[in-house]
Design a protein around this ligand. Structure first.
Ligand SMILES: [Zn+2]
Length: 495
């Protein structure tokens, strides 16, 4: 209404003005022109006065139907984005709101609702130890950033996991070292999800997987940083990451070149060690860092070559996480490591037994989605009679101790074979039992014919014969044999 009046008034005002000017030129004075101009001007002022306030005061009458429709569809769209995928807004907005959206798809643990923290952290941090079989893949979600440390072997396991969580971009990706069970899956990740920065030790490896990984970093123009001890990153929301290793990595010892980081959120911290072994652990200890951490990602899939006692004592974790595949050919995790952790009173979780392990923390307390830690019980070995001062008065009802001749052992094998030559191995196992063999060269497990799973005869013996490829990298390579609940490994040399 006001708009209409103002419009008519303005029209009349200009019409009156034109008439006045016309009259002035013709030197005539007509009252009508003056009246029209004055009345129109008054109309315009009145109309403007009515319409001005009404715009603000009466919103229900104001927004046109189309505008309402638009608003609604935008709202729906943004809701879908929030729930289904979009994480990008979260990074700029930061904070608790974004995190709570993101948390929805995850099976959260009870009691994780953050009590007011006395530290400087805000919101929650979640660390996902993703079950990728034999390999590592750890997603760290701070209140404002997503960091991925390793991606398991090639394949989409990690990409799918990230998508399900609604993680659509990664702030930092760390390839701890160039082995395929760590960087293979990062290729799929970088193909599918925007990555801002890759940190790796900067050592070279002559595999197709490593080449593809480097090519992608280059193609996607991802910032590349050689990770070195002493570097750190602010991960947002009070989370901090320090790189503790390496200093001068060598491509001859790729495991010990692993990037080792400590991520701290308030009073809860995570020591993530890649495949670092004894030598690296000793070097890290010698640098004088505060290694004490709440959670230790055990080095090299629980191999006995990692987690030396001195390192374990320095880290003093409450919780250990071992990332290894079910029935892997390496026998990871090794009994020695499991025994050490249990002895030290560390609650141990294993991806091969528990699946994906998610630890949620508010900076003071933490929750684990798996409630029952793994408990190591030493294998039942018949005690030598002399060693036990307490006699066993009653004979146990079950005597599961296997006869010694059933122990899986290698009878003979080709210790050294030239490239292109033929190798063989014979083992003594249990009668009529299936045994599998894995020969792992630098390029990965061999697919040579002759290495199929076999069933032992009534004498328990099994033999395999296979050809070593003419291009096989010379070196000492493991032969792993598994079956009947036992495994054995020997190394043979290709020249
Ligand atoms: Zn590994």
């Amino acid at each position: 209404m006001g708009d209409f009046l103002a419009f008519i008034g303005l029209l009349g005002f200009f019409a009156g003005l034109v008439m006045l000017i016309y009259n002035f030129i013709k030197k005539k004075v007509k009252k009508t022109a003056v009246i029209i101009t004055v009345v129109s001007f008054f109309l315009f002022i009145t109309g403007a006065a009515i319409s001005g306030p009404s715009e603000k005061a009466s919103p229900p009458s104001e927004p046109p139907v189309t505008a309402v429709g638009q608003q609604e569809s935008e709202q729906i769209e943004s809701d879908e984005k929030e729930i289904a995928e979009d994480q990008s807004s979260e990074k700029t907005e930061g904070a608790s709101q974004g995190l709570s959206e993101k948390d929805k798809p995850v099976a959260t643990t009870p009691g994780a609702t953050a009590p007011a923290s006395t530290t400087t952290v805000t919101g929650q941090m979640k660390v996902h130890f993703i079950d990728v079989g034999q390999g590592d893949a750890i997603l760290v979600q701070t209140p404002t950033q997503n960091i991925l440390i390793d991606g398991g072997d090639r394949g989409n396991t990690v990409v799918n996991y990230l998508r399900n969580l609604g993680v659509n971009s990664l702030d930092v990706v760390i390839g701890t070292h160039p082995h395929a069970d760590h960087i293979g899956g990062l290729i799929n990740v970088m193909q599918s999800i925007p990555v801002k920065e890759v940190i790796d030790p900067g050592v070279v490896h002559t595999t197709k997987t490593f080449e593809d990984y480097l090519t992608l970093i280059d193609e996607k123009n991802i910032i590349f940083t050689e990770g070195r001890a002493g570097m750190s990153r602010d991960l947002g929301g009070g989370a901090k990451m320090e790189i503790l290793h390496p200093v001068s990595p060598s491509s001859r010892h790729l495991n010990d070149a692993s990037i080792v980081v400590k991520i701290t959120f308030g009073e809860v911290s995570f020591m993530l060690t890649g495949d670092a072994e004894q030598a690296a652990e000793n070097q890290i200890r010698s640098r004088g860092y505060d290694l004490n951490s709440t959670v230790l990602k055990v080095g090299h899939h629980g191999s006995r070559t990692s987690t030396i006692t001195a390192f374990l004592n320095a880290v003093k974790p409450e919780v250990a996480v071992i990332m290894s595949g079910k029935n892997n050919t390496y026998g990871h995790p090794h009994q020695e490591t499991l025994a050490k952790l249990t002895e030290a009173g560390v609650k141990t979780y294993r991806t091969d037994l528990h699946g994906t392990i998610v630890i949620t923390t508010d900076g003071q307390t933490y929750d684990i989605n798996q409630k029952q830690p793994y408990q190591y019980t030493p294998p039942k070995v018949p005690e030598p009679a002399t060693s036990s001062p307490t006699p066993t008065p009653t004979t146990p009802t079950t005597t599961p101790t296997p006869a010694p001749e059933n122990k899986l052992s290698v009878i003979s094998y080709t210790e050294t074979v030239p490239q292109g030559g033929t190798a063989s191995i014979t083992v003594q196992g249990k009668p009529n039992t299936q045994y599998s063999i894995t020969v792992t060269y630098k390029s990965g497990p061999s697919k040579a014919s002759g290495l199929e799973t076999k069933t032992s005869g009534s004498d328990g013996k099994v033999s395999w014969t296979w050809k070593v490829g003419a291009n096989t990298t010379p070196g000492s390579w493991p032969i792993d044999i598994n079956g009947g609940g036992e495994s054995v490994r020997v190394n043979f040399t290709v020249q």
